[in-house]
Design a protein around this ligand. Structure first.
Ligand SMILES: Nc1ncnc2c1ncn2[C@@H]1O[C@H](COP(=O)(O)OP(=O)(O)OP(=O)(O)O)[C@@H](O)[C@H]1O
Ligand SMILES: [Mg+2]
Length: 300
């Protein structure tokens, strides 16, 4: 026992030295501590944030799951919206969608009350509007609707007062579903994988956000760009991140998510990383992301 203590004390002091030697974080800005936020005296109305990037596999769903769980730990009431027919968000939170209502029913109006669709997760304060493959028919079904871009916004308005934050996990496309998500949102968070083609397509994404701002939702803001799957040991990761910071400056969040196999493991378990491996660096990184977004005012 004493040995363990001794080892971790040595590790701690080694870590401190590393931070002291390099006072800058991975984004090149000075490392900062984000304070643990005070609990909220009252809840709602929610700020709605889309996690959006038409590039596949950049960490949208992982970030939605892990960030929402971290926010719930800080006492926030969180609703996550699975807006991808793959249903990975629902599965990653251990929600089965075989014969339950889904967000698709709300979009089509076959179910009117979101309470009949919302499912509670095992985590207190974290609810889900689930999806399954039915949602893949939505774009075709909704294309002739009046005000087809604002359908999700109208659905979420009904529940907004019950939550502090609503996170929408978008599918990897810029089609009608994603435009619905952006139209319903106050903010957008763009996860970017730290690899060579990370910036490809981001211009088109920003252009889409600008169009939505012009035509449908003047209030939408870019809340931040989140670097994911960062590997500090590779020059490649560091160079990509440097380029992202050159391009987006202060919009790049200071919190950077490292690459680790714990994420696939947590998905298989249907549990957020913050519960699956609470002390893992990746769980701590998502808690820091929650604190950073709260300190930036993106979340109450
Ligand atoms: N920081 C990370 N380190 C290692 N693996 C990760 C990390 N974040 C996510 N992954 C893994 O990468 C894969 C893609 O992640 P995720 O599903 O979150 O991306 P996505 O952007 O939602 O993908 P899609 O565009 O298909 O919806 C998953 O297998 C996930 O477990
Ligand atoms: Mg996804």
């Amino acid at each position: 026992m004493a040995g363990t203590k001794h080892t971790s004390a040595v590790q701690d002091s080694a870590r401190k030295t590393a931070a002291e030697l390099n006072p800058n974080g991975p984004t090149g800005r000075p490392r900062r501590e984000f304070a643990v936020p005070p609990t909220l005296a009252q809840h709602g109305p929610a700020r709605i944030i889309s996690l959006c990037n038409q590039k596949g596999g950049v960490g949208k769903t992982t970030t939605t799951i892990s960030l929402s769980a971290a926010l719930a730990e800080y006492g926030r009431r969180v609703l996550v919206v699975d807006f991808d027919p793959q249903g990975a968000l629902s599965a990653g939170l251990g929600i089965s969608t075989h014969d339950s209502n889904t967000v698709y029913d709300l979009l089509l109006g076959t179910v009117k009350d979101p309470a009949e669709v919302i499912q509670h997760t095992a985590i207190e304060g974290l609810d889900v509007l689930p999806a399954n493959i039915d949602l893949s028919a939505a774009e075709v079904h909704l294309v002739n609707e009046v005000a087809r871009e604002t359908i999700l916004a109208r659905v979420l308005r009904k529940v907004s007062d019950d939550y502090d934050v609503i996170l929408i996990d978008c599918q990897p496309s810029l089609g009608l579903l994603t435009v619905n998500a952006l139209t319903a949102s106050h903010g957008v968070l763009i996860p970017l994988e730290c690899e060579f083609f990370a910036l490809r397509g981001v211009a088109l994404l920003i252009e889409t956000i600008d169009k939505v701002r012009d035509r449908l939702n003047p209030a939408i803001e870019l809340d931040g760009i989140l670097a994911t799957m960062y590997d500090s040991r590779t020059l490649h990761s560091r160079e990509v991140l440097e380029r992202v910071v050159d391009a987006f400056g202060e919009k790049v969040l200071e919190t950077v998510i490292g690459r680790t196999v714990k994420f696939p493991d947590a998905s298989v378990a249907g549990t957020p990383i913050t519960e699956f491996a609470p002390e893992h660096a990746a769980a701590k990184a998502y808690r820091q992301l929650a604190r950073e977004l709260i300190s930036r005012g993106a979340i109450a």
